[in-house]
Design a protein around this ligand. Structure first.
Ligand code: NDP
Ligand SMILES: O=C(O)C1=NCCCC1
Length: 320
């Protein structure tokens, strides 16, 4: 079995290929060329900490794989004397014919990259391909995902301004300073409040553990697009609930949504469709003034696609 550790994974990752892998995973999902059920969660007693198991099979000549991601979500890690990441992951790939274990692939970087790229794919197909404005991006949350989304959206789009807000302001300020230097630009701007960050933004990314809404309906401009990624009390805690009734809400996969967005479903919110059906041009938002939301849950087959991409790239670059 090949072991591809986190350092190696990071060397092999590439935004364009990650974007492509997410497009394929999402499209294949809608075409039913995948197998994945709602993921199983094992909670550590009396703690908010979870071990999540995500097995999947993706049929595709380039990105297809049989694999399983095991991911821990330990929000309490941020309070440790020496904080650890709150989301950590490992991916196992198996031979599709024999079932033999093929590779262990570190899943920490992959989870960051594929989640940010899934938001970028959703933004491209639900929003940007309708020739909508891409002037101001608002990122709420400057943790691991906030950073990955800042890199990914800088790479994939051409925003004139990328605003960053974080509950702990110093982390957003550090991100802004670091990224303006890294990209030799001044488009990254720190926002003191989530309201200032959201008002007037064309695209909004929410990537926090909040259990209370941080994106209020009245702040969101007509026709804006929101990627809501974070998991607080529920997967839809970041956006004020009433906005879900006045927006076109897209999901990554129905099985996951039925299990993890049951609160929204019970409240009567209807989903417009999977992002895969938008990629396939089967569904689209027609009204330019309607807000669109991508409610990102994360899918096992996204990790299968990434495992295969990294495995193949590793074999190409380490052939002896
Ligand atoms: N949809 C998907 O596919 C995936 C979703 N996720 C989810 O994305 C979220 C972010 O992950 P990640 O960046 O790795 O986590 P980090 O621990 O690195 O960052 C957490 C972020 O959430 C903020 N935060 C925590 N509590 C609150 C609160 N009550 N109000 C406002 N902000 C808060 C933190 O702010 P501060 O600095 O002030 O503490 C920080 O910005 C998590 O909920 C995670 O489960 C992760 C992977 C995949
Ligand atoms: O898809 C994932 O990976 C995760 N989703 C939400 C919680 C942490 C990991």
């Amino acid at each position: 079995m090949i072991v591809i550790d986190e350092n190696m994974v990071l060397k092999l990752l590439d935004w364009d290929k990650t974007f492509q892998a997410m497009e394929v995973a999402m499209r294949r999902c809608t075409e039913k060329r995948i197998v994945q059920t709602a993921r199983s969660k094992t909670q550590v007693l009396d703690k908010p900490n979870l071990l999540v198991s995500m097995p999947g099979y993706l049929e595709d000549s380039t990105f297809g794989a049989l694999g399983c991601k095991l991911v821990t979500f330990f929000p309490t890690n941020s309070n440790l004397p020496k904080p650890l990441p709150t989301v950590m992951a490992s991916i196992l790939l198996f031979d599709e014919t024999t079932g033999l274990p093929k590779a262990y692939v570190g899943g920490f970087e992959i989870t960051k990259w594929r989640t940010a790229a899934a938001s970028a794919v959703a933004t491209q197909h639900i929003y940007a391909k309708r020739s909508k404005p891409l002037r101001v991006l608002a990122i709420l949350g400057a943790g691991e995902q906030g950073r990955a989304h800042a890199d990914c959206f800088k790479h994939c789009f051409n925003f004139q301004e990328i605003r960053v807000w974080n509950r702990t302001a110093s982390k957003a300020k550090s991100l802004v300073d670091e990224y303006n230097k890294k990209y030799n630009t001044n488009i990254f701007k720190h926002c003191e409040s989530n309201e200032k960050c959201v008002r007037g933004a064309d695209v909004i990314v929410a990537v926090t553990n909040t259990s209370e809404p941080i994106v209020m309906a009245d702040w969101v401009k007509a026709g804006a697009h929101i990627n809501s990624v974070g998991l607080g009390k529920t997967h839809h805690s970041e956006v004020e609930e009433k906005l879900y009734f006045d927006a076109d809400v897209y999901i990554d996969h129905w099985e996951g949504a039925r299990a993890e967005l049951s609160g929204l479903i019970k409240a009567g919110v209807q989903f417009k469709g999977e992002v895969g059906s938008v990629i396939a041009n089967e569904v689209q938002t027609e009204d330019a003034n309607r807000v669109t939301i991508f409610q990102s849950l994360g899918m096992a087959v996204e990790d299968c696609a990434m495992g295969r991409l990294i495995y193949d790239t590793y074999l190409k670059t380490h052939s002896n």
